[in-house]
Design a protein around this ligand. Structure first.
Ligand code: SF4
Length: 861
């Protein structure tokens, strides 16, 4: 951390920022400068991404400038000292050492300082030097066992982490949950005033970045990885052959034409010169015939802004494999409302009986085939891995070598601590740390086995079944997941400390259906390393409530002190009258709304919910989105409405849409929903818009915008509590009760349940208001929402405007008023019967529509 803190009054911004954006950038700037862990909350639609970009990049450019000035000043001092000492070298020394020794030591120290500072001045040159070293080491490869080069498995290069110690922070890593969120971020950078000066690289998997059509066609990520690496192995063998090493017999093996050092370096430079999103990277790769996946990897060290998915930065092994060096750098974690779950998920691992059997068979075949070429030590490690796999199969009630489909009599689920699991599987005598470090990591055995299996299966299909469609389907099945990689992940999970995780053993009817699953209970252990290494970490989200629980679980438990934490939270930019959140405690017929498990199935509750929706659809124009707490309840209530006619009555007012079963149909349903709303605003069908049934935590509750007319009202039916009977959740609750402090009369386990529920609610209701001019009402149907502890978990800008209604009448009156507040414009389109009342925002759509239809221009004027 620099001695004197920097600050800034104004930030480059593409337009006049809102006040809250200014405040956001100020706070972000000082959090980065002071090396804090910042929790930044800014509702969706308030321009959070731009504030993050302009705040963080302003700080980085000021910081680099200051480092340059400091270095220049030191360089001057050093050079001055050097010239003085050279001039004095003729004066006799008073020390006991011979003069020439004192002189030599002094001069060397001074020269070293000057050299260091000079190289610091030429930061770019240093980085390029690093890169060329990496390129060399890549081509030299690891020849210990079978000659397989895997560029992404470079070991942690000490010199790289030292660079940040010498030169300070030079990079910002930005990560988010989905690729579309990352793409949106990159587009915002492109629109920002920094787009011309910043060197940015977006990272992705081979599935996202491969341009070799033959490989892309393989579809699954594992198969793409394996095929790519098989081709690299071929390339390496070819190089050996060219260098005079005798090639084995057999047909020539293919190599990837896009993986050539010079082209990759050229592409790396182009990537760093202009901001590209993934699509643009693919286009550039195709134009220049170089692989975007490897070119972007090469661009990591010199880039100032690295944009990447969570997994690549939050998982240590993936971080190492990707070449991400966090030491001394800044990390921004966006959309972090579920960070704790995300960390648990990333570090959990599951193995099915089928995968165990396949891994055992593949590894045995590998060992047999290369027995004569493997060193004795490595053979010993392979035997240990096979022994552990046998133990895991035994725990599931099966036996290696036996048909995994035959029926087993041992059924049930068991939750074990890591140590108990190791005893039960009788593998407690194996040092898993050693196996992992000495063999899995060093020899990359999982990759090798996968690649070997891929090669041999490919070869056999080439020889015997190349034209056989059935054959390739079979091959696909075999290759769909690389079991050795899964085994490695599971081994790694078992090296967690005994208290931090559990192993869930599911014994099913057959061995192949059974599974062992590692559950991480303490995500802070894996986050601690990130927090320790980074200069500053910014955890940002639309809503981070409840911050206190978040701090306790992820920061204090990871050893971060209160003094290192900075918090920022801001309201929304919309005027207060544009949002009407209300808690509804009873329905139109006076039925109390209590969607607890015991009451929600009663016909009276379901009838009352139908009446509420019907009333809402009568007065709310455009789109209404109704969220149910689970798929099961949504099915039940909709079929109840189908039977009692409520659904038909709703359909008279709005066209009904339902969340699709498959994720790939979401886009289509959304565009039909949106088209229907636009059409209804113009036609004379009598429909006032559309109604969408969705499920909390489902395919439409995150990452989808119901802005403007798409969501004029969001209805939340009941409270989406997680399934408390789940053994995994129960284990997590008891872990938290044991290890975290109790506060406010609630146990941390109870708080977890409430938090999970309210986080899901916040995500769903946050879909509606997306920009300054947007407006919507939010109807929370359940009297339990009125409890102060529950209300306090709503985002502040919603909570402050929420009213609780014990009776339906006044709530309905308030809902009607929203429509009046939205100032609809009465537009006569000059055609009998075709007049519509529409909002200002729909007006724009209408004008656009008018340009292509025969709507009277005079009426529009
Ligand atoms: S080197 Fe790049 S383009 Fe070639 S197969 Fe691998 S990922 Fe695809």
């Amino acid at each position: 951390v620099p001695d004197q803190n920097m600050s800034r009054d104004r930030f480059p911004f593409p337009y006049q920022p809102y006040d809250i954006q200014e405040q956001f950038m100020q706070s972000l700037y000082s959090a980065l400068d002071q090396g804090k862990v910042g929790i930044f909350e800014s509702p969706t639609g308030t321009g959070k991404s731009l504030s993050l970009i302009c705040g963080a990049l302003s700080w980085l450019s000021d910081y680099e400038e200051r480092r340059r000035q400091e270095a220049a000043a030191l360089l001057q001092e050093g050079e001055a000292a050097l010239s003085v000492s050279t001039a004095q070298s003729s004066t006799p020394s008073s020390s006991a050492e011979p003069d020439w020794i004192t002189d030599f030591v002094q001069k060397k120290a001074e020269r070293d300082l000057v050299t260091k500072l000079k190289s610091c001045e030429d930061d770019e040159a240093f980085k390029l030097l690093q890169l060329s070293k990496e390129d060399q080491s890549e081509t030299q490869g690891d020849q210990e066992d079978e000659e397989l080069i895997i560029a992404e498995y470079e070991s942690d290069d000490e010199s790289k982490s030292k660079s940040s110690e010498i030169f300070g922070c030079s990079q910002i890593y930005y990560c988010s949950r989905t690729h579309s969120q990352l793409a949106q971020f990159v587009h915002e950078v492109q629109k920002s005033p920094f787009s011309k000066d910043i060197s940015l690289v977006t990272l992705g998997s081979r599935q996202n970045l491969c341009i070799n059509e033959e490989v892309r066609r393989l579809g699954s990520i594992q198969r793409i990885n394996d095929r790519c690496m098989e081709m690299q192995k071929n390339k390496h063998e070819k190089q050996h052959h060219e260098e005079g090493v005798k090639r084995k017999r057999g047909p020539a093996k293919s190599v990837c034409p896009y993986n050539k050092a010079l082209a990759l370096q050229q592409m790396r430079d182009e990537v760093l010169g202009t901001v590209h999103d993934i699509e643009q990277l693919l286009k550039l790769g195709r134009e220049t015939h170089s692989c975007p996946y490897y070119a972007t990897r090469l661009a990591i060290p010199p880039a100032q802004l690295v944009v990447l998915p969570y997994q690549m930065v939050l998982h240590e092994a993936t971080r190492k494999a990707t070449g991400v060096q966090l030491k001394g750098q800044v990390l921004i974690i966006d959309e972090a409302h579920n960070l704790s779950d995300t960390l648990s998920c990333i570090h959990s691992a599951e193995l099915t009986g089928t995968q165990l059997c396949r891994a055992h068979s593949q590894l045995s075949q590998y060992a047999d085939r290369y027995k004569s070429r493997l060193k004795a030590k490595n053979l010993m490690y392979i035997k240990q891995i096979l022994f552990v796999i046998e133990g895991l199969v035994r725990v599931l009630g099966g036996k290696v070598g036996q048909n995994p489909q035959i029926f087993l009599f041992l059924l049930g689920t068991e939750m074990l601590t890591i140590n108990n699991f190791l005893f039960k599987a009788q593998i407690d005598n194996i040092n898993l740390f050693k196996v992992l470090q000495k063999y899995f990591e060093k020899s990359m055995i999982s990759r090798k086995v996968s690649v070997r299996m891929y090669s041999s299966i490919n070869a056999s299909f080439r020889h015997f079944a190349s034209a056989d469609q059935q054959g390739s389907v079979e091959a696909e099945k075999v290759l769909s997941a690389s079991p050795m990689m899964q085994v490695e992940g599971f081994f790694m999970a078992l090296t967690n400390s005994n208290t931090d995780g559990r192993v869930v053993v599911h014994r099913q009817g057959t061995l192949s259906e059974g599974s062992v699953k590692f559950l991480l209970l303490n995500p802070a252990v894996h986050f601690a390393q990130v927090l320790k290494e980074c200069r500053a970490v910014i955890i940002a989200g639309g809503t981070m409530q409840p911050v206190s629980d978040f701090k306790q679980e992820l920061l204090f438990s990871a050893g971060v002190g209160d003094e290192r934490i900075a918090e920022f939270s801001c309201g929304h930019v919309i005027p207060p009258e544009n949002i009407l959140p209300l808690v509804l405690c009873s329905g139109p017929s006076g039925q109390e709304l209590d969607f607890t498990f015991q009451n929600r199935d009663s016909p009276r509750m379901m009838d009352e919910t139908g009446r509420i929706l019907s009333n809402i659809c009568n007065v709310v124009p455009g789109g209404v989105v109704c969220f149910f707490p689970s798929y099961e309840y949504s099915r039940q209530i909709i079929s109840h409405w189908e039977a009692n006619g409520a659904l038909a009555r709703l359909a008279n007012k709005k066209k009904i849409f339902q969340e699709p079963k498959k994720a790939n149909q979401v886009e289509q349903v959304l565009s039909e929903f949106s088209r229907c709303i636009q059409r209804c605003a113009l036609d004379s069908s009598g429909l006032t818009g559309a109604l969408l049934f969705s499920v909390v935590g489902g395919k439409m509750s995150e990452g989808i915008n119901f802005s403007d007319d798409l969501g004029r009202c969001v209805v939340m039916v009941g409270m989406p509590y997680p399934n408390i009977k789940s053994p995994e959740l129960q284990e997590k609750m008891s872990y938290m009760d044991k290890h975290l402090p109790h506060s406010g009369g609630r146990s941390p386990g109870q708080a977890l349940i409430e938090n999970l529920c309210m986080k899901a609610v916040n995500q769903s209701i946050g879909r509606a208001i997306r920009h300054r001019g947007d407006y919507s009402s939010i109807v929370l149907c359940d009297r339990r929402y009125s409890r102060p502890a529950t209300l306090s978990k709503l985002p502040t800008w919603i909570k402050d405007r929420t009213s609780t209604y014990t009776n339906f009448g006044p709530a309905f009156a308030a809902l009607r008023k929203v429509r009046i507040k939205s100032k609809p414009v009465l537009v006569h389109v000059g055609k009998e019967g075709a007049s519509s009342r529409i909002s200002n925002i729909s007006m724009l759509k209408l004008i656009r529509e008018a340009a292509t239809t025969k709507i009277s221009g005079r009426a529009l004027a």
